[in-house]
Design a binder for this molecule. Structure first.
Ligand SMILES: [Fe+2]
Ligand SMILES: [Fe+2]
Length: 356
């Protein structure tokens, strides 16, 4: 049966055998999460007007360029409120980027900071890396897990506490952003492994902090909660378009500024800038990778919420841009495999570590 959401007007197919004929059912729209109700007590036809409600009237009145720039500057001045990246992390990244330095140099830098060292060892010994209790030092971790994984461990150790924050404006509870970010990081690495293995570790780090812009914007979303609720009232608009409409910029663009503040390498910050609009990135592979991982994680979330009704990848393929699929050489079966692998890895990581 073809079902259209009254709010976002997306249409998707639900196999008839999955529908409880003869009953009235409700489930969240996989796209906008508004409630869809189907009355299956009378068999409806595809053209049933109740299933294809009229879209809500479009809204206009975007903020002016001047207002938007002034607000962005105001928020940028407050960036200092966000904890700085620990010095040791910046230094370790610098050393890793220097082709003349080696493992010993990086290890020496990291070991000057006891807190980061402890965190890295805890993560390295998690089931995620399959090394439970076997890694006793940073040097040992670099030998066993590989030099490149040290970069990944540094990003994890330094961002986990931040990503655990409650983001009231975005409706995210403690640990929600951390779980989403971990899932996107793992998904990004899996996609990179297929498309360009040289990008695996960078993809993981970029995936982990892709929504960092939300950490800063949350306060301002909360201050304008009514505007956001009103803009998204009919479920036709996404949070991202609400940001664009109300702020004049979005969390992806602002993520670029947060990355700059944290002195994150340019390849990552530029990709984060385009993680919702990879087609506008002039072919930046990393932007496509994070975009696709984010979409797959959101598809998995939608499937879980639908609780079985119409919850198949086939029905949710509209959530991922075809051009991105083509660019990355992914097909529907790959999406299913990646989704399953993300779930398995996140289970291993989240259970043992959490954030903090
Ligand atoms: Fe995002
Ligand atoms: Fe995201």
């Amino acid at each position: 049966m073809k079902v259209s959401c009254a709010s976002c007007i997306k249409t998707f197919n639900i196999p008839d055998e999955k529908l409880p004929m003869g009953k009235k059912v409700s489930f969240p729209c996989p796209n906008c999460r508004e409630k869809i109700t189907l009355d299956l007590r009378i068999k409806p036809s595809d053209e049933d007007p109740d299933l294809i409600e009229k879209p809500a009237p479009a809204r206009s009145d975007p903020k002016t360029d001047i207002g938007s720039r002034a607000l962005k500057e105001k928020i940028l001045r407050k960036l200092g409120d966000l904890p700085a990246m620990p010095q040791v992390v910046l230094k370790a990244r610098q050393v890793m980027a220097d082709p003349n330095s080696g493992v010993r140099d990086v290890v020496k830098v990291i070991e000057t900071d006891q807190a980061i060292t402890t965190k890295i060892l805890k993560i390295a010994n998690s089931a995620f890396y399959g090394m439970s209790g076997k890694i006793s030092s940073i040097h040992h971790a670099s030998v066993i897990l590989g030099y490149n994984v040290i970069g990944e461990l540094i990003t994890l150790a330094s961002s986990s506490g931040l990503l655990d924050r409650v983001l009231k404006g975005y409706g995210l509870g403690a640990g929600d952003l951390w779980l989403h970010s971990m899932s996107v990081a793992i998904g990004s690495r899996l996609i990179a492994a297929r498309k360009n293995p040289a990008l695996e570790e960078t993809s993981f780090s970029a995936g982990l902090i892709h929504d960092a812009g939300k950490l800063v914007l949350d306060k301002y979303v909360l201050e304008r909660k009514e505007d956001f609720d009103e803009f998204m009232e009919h479920g036709r608009e996404t949070f991202m378009s609400a940001e664009q409409h109300i702020f004049g910029f979005n969390h992806a663009e602002f993520g670029f500024d947060v990355c700059k503040h944290w002195k994150i390498p340019d390849d990552i910050s530029v990709a984060i800038n385009h993680h919702h609009t990879p087609a506008k990135s002039s072919g930046i592979e990393l932007a496509y990778i994070i975009y696709a991982a984010d979409a797959i994680v959101n598809m998995a979330g939608a499937m879980a919420k639908m609780g079985g009704i119409g919850a198949s990848i086939e029905n949710l393929m509209y959530m991922i841009d075809e051009r991105a699929m083509k660019f990355l050489g992914l097909n529907e079966a790959d999406i299913g495999t990646i989704m399953g692998d993300i779930k398995e890895s996140v289970g291993k990581m989240a259970g043992e570590l959490g954030a903090g």
